[in-house]
Design a protein around this ligand. Sequence first.
Ligand code: AMP
Ligand code: MG
Length: 488
Amino acid sequence: MNKFASKIGWRFDNTYSKLPGTMLSKLAPIPVKAPKVVILNHSLSKDLALDFSNTNDEDLASIFSGNLLPEGSETIAQAYAGHQFGHFTMLGDGRAIIIGEHLSKNNQRFDIQFKGSGKTPFSRNGDGRAALGPMLREYIISEAMHALNILTTRSLAVVKTGESVMRETPLIGAILTRVAKSHIRVGTFQYAVISENKNNLKALFDYTINRHYPDLKNLKNSPIKLLNLVIEKQIKLVVDWMRVGFIHGVMNTDNMAISGETIDYGPCAFMDNYDPETVFSSIDLQGRYAFFNQPGIAKWNLARFAESLVPLIDENKDKAIEMATECINNFANIYQKYWFQMMRKKLGLAGEEIKDEGLIVELLSWMHKNKADYTNTFCFLMNEKIQDDKIYSNKDFINWKHQWQERLKLHNNSPEKSLDIMRLANPIVIPRNHKVEEALDAANQNDLNPMLKLLEILEKPYEKQKAINNYQTPAPLTNKKYQTFCGT
Ligand code: AMP
Ligand code: MG
């Protein structure tokens, strides 16, 4: 028990820890030497019905480092497995601890997790720790994704630990407090299905339905229904990523959440000039997780989820496989449907026309060929002129624009209506790679101002803001390709 719990408003109700013992390990975060708060997300605190305004800096640092656990918390590391770059591995929370499930307004349930909290039984060869740069990166990108209306885990706080972590060089140690609808992953099901305890899979399934999809409870063939729901959720999520040019970078099955939230921000980044083969991650040498492979990989991961559910679908294995395969085979049609809907919105088109596909593909090909900026091209079409517009005087583009303008007139559309649709689909500012790096470099030198300014701008990505041109243009093209690294 401690003195802060009541005034802050934590309401823990921990359910995951009641699953069979082999699904998790109960252990506390390892205390750190001299924690200091770097950033605390006040707006998210409010959403969670938490109030830190009467807690002093020292106590906040103790709380968000795990040195002082709130009353009602029950700390666990989750077991899971996963296909990493196609290879199956036993994993688990190797550097994270869930301190509990907090009930916020309307009893909405959220996992509160510390990332970088020390070794666990799942750490393998890792030190269980995290560095400041990658934790702040997750903070920036996850909060930007939230503001873009894309389902995601959130970031509540980052503290420095006062300890250094050894990577290629010594780095500043840090802990991120992550907030998620849950941390149940495709890989959690993969773990349950191969674990020795045969009850694990059914227990995890019932738990997932109860927690996320209670409408499916007691329905006939609920495993198939869950599969279809998760397929739909993941498709919508990936379509949202494609809408804004987001590249997750490490879509392993352990990084795909059953809730449909974007999870595990590692080497992710946003694309500048449109190139479907864009890859930023230094370890993704084959381009497995390139921009345009994301839907295909989502399908592949969902097939692994489907396989895990087979024992629950039907006693007759062949029949179960057939039913699961049928669901997975629907992926392409559903994806196409949502992707076209999304692209029509980006272009402000009303209704549907057979020629839309050609119009969309032609624009993408033009952008690719001419290295046009993905975000800013749609801004240009919304009369938001950001960059030197010479590129848009190109003859092919003008021809395309003419066709588009003719198409816009159909289905009782009006320029105002189109613009309204486009404004909701096309951000006018995204976390540009050079701006993210600039903010992280400064933060590593103890100057948080660039990050705070960046976060403020990214909070309103669809709104016109004064004097942000600097944040809207990509870095000048240099020979050096932008690369991101896993935050390990
Ligand atoms: P991630 O790349 O963050 O999705 O992590 C993949 C797996 O590696 C997960 O099981 C992590 O818990 C584990 N992991 C990553 N970094 C570390 C670390 N520094 N120490 C221990 N385990 C780690
Ligand atoms: Mg992961």
